[in-house]
Design a protein around this ligand. Structure first.
Ligand SMILES: [Zn+2]
Length: 137
């Protein structure tokens, strides 16, 4: 079906994604499980080839957030350390707190000054949590 404008096409795509959320998440979950190794290799390669882009992005974020950045970074570092050491489970053992349907992929800090206070969320819900207040981190 031809669209009158790019906006109309995007709006329709958004509507479809919202209406088929469960189906889409299940498909994405299955795709990730079947393509885990290829996906990890792709991500690692992208990260290796885009070091400048990543460090510019992080520098801009640090600049924008000022003192808050150090607090957030300290909270993330503490959580990641505990996951690496096996003191905390990976978020993947939980179901997303917000949608209750997808496997959680990330821990969310509502308050970064309480680094131990986290909620397991799927990527989609984590992005939408942050988009209510600020850009995603
Ligand atoms: Zn979710």
């Amino acid at each position: 079906m031809p669209y009158k404008s790019r906006e109309a096409k995007n709006a329709n795509a958004r509507k479809w994604r919202a209406a088929n959320r469960e189906k889409r998440l299940a498909y994405e979950r299955q795709w990730r499980a079947e393509n885990r190794q290829a996906r990890n290799e792709y991500i690692n390669q992208w990260n290796r080839e885009n070091r400048d882009k990543i460090s510019n992005y992080n520098a801009a974020r640090r600049e924008r957030k000022g003192d808050q950045y150090a607090i957030e970074e300290a909270a993330r570092t503490k959580v990641n350390y505990r996951i690496r050491c096996g003191l905390w489970p990976k978020p993947g053992v939980f179901i997303c707190t917000d949608c209750g349907s997808a496997e959680a992929q990330e821990y969310h800090h509502e308050d970064y000054s309480q680094w131990w206070n986290v909620e397991p969320l799927c990527r989609t819900c984590h992005v939408s949590r942050h988009s209510q207040t600020e850009s995603i981190d």
